[in-house]
Design a protein around this ligand. Structure first.
Ligand code: GDP
Length: 182
């Protein structure tokens, strides 16, 4: 079964996004407190694909050892996942490109792991500000990448972008099926 992994800094809105995508409020727990989703959670969607909820990274108040442990944990996941089709890196649309996110995308790229970017909390910006922030982000990416990865503008509180993400995943799954049956 194809698998899609969701990851981002703590508090980026990952749990809320997962709740929106799965339409089940109780599925992933949200919290106002950073760093609460500690372990990997798998959700099976329509018996067609796995949504993988990876722990949030980059919260400030953790020791160096636990940061190392966490890195190991994440890299183990990415090295072992045969079924992983794509990762989704979540970034808060209000923020300028953050080194920790860019480094993480770099890591994915170097390891040949396809990824998309999910901009979260789009309800917090006006439409023209959204465009500007996305443009800035793309410009930053083009400094190191040849192409812009697929990206999605979402708001879990206003239910924006749900279909864009799900359509992308469903279309990708159909392509995979079609290739299999060739
Ligand atoms: P996680 O730590 O990445 O899983 O983030 P959560 O989903 O728990 O959200 C962190 C905080 O951001 C919570 O206070 C949420 O209510 C808030 N939040 C999440 N998504 C949105 C959104 O789309 N719009 C707004 N305005 N707030 C959001």
């Amino acid at each position: 079964i194809p698998e899609y992994a969701f990851i981002g800094r703590s508090n980026v809105g990952k749990s809320s996004l997962i709740n929106m995508l799965t339409d089940r409020k109780s599925l992933a727990k949200t919290s106002g407190r950073p760093g609460k989703t500690q372990l990997i959670n798998h959700f099976i969607i329509n018996e067609e694909w796995y949504l993988v909820d990876l722990p949030g990274y980059g919260y400030a108040r953790v020791s160096k050892t636990s940061k190392k442990k966490f890195q190991k944990f994440i890299t183990n996941y990415f090295e072992q996942r045969q079924q992983l089709v794509s990762a989704f890196v979540l970034v808060d649309i209000r923020h300028k490109p953050q080194p920790i996110d860019l480094e993480f995308m770099q890591y994915l790229g170097e390891n040949g792991i396809p990824f998309g970017i999910v901009f979260t909390k789009a309800d917090k910006l006006k439409p023209n500000a959204i465009d500007n922030h996305v443009d800035d982000y793309c410009k930053e990416l083009l400094k190191t990448w040849e192409e812009i990865p697929p990206y999605f503008i979402t708001s879990s509180s206003k239910k924006i972008g749900q279909d864009d993400v799900l359509d992308f995943i469903n279309n990708t799954n159909e392509e995979i099926e079609a290739l299999k049956n060739q």
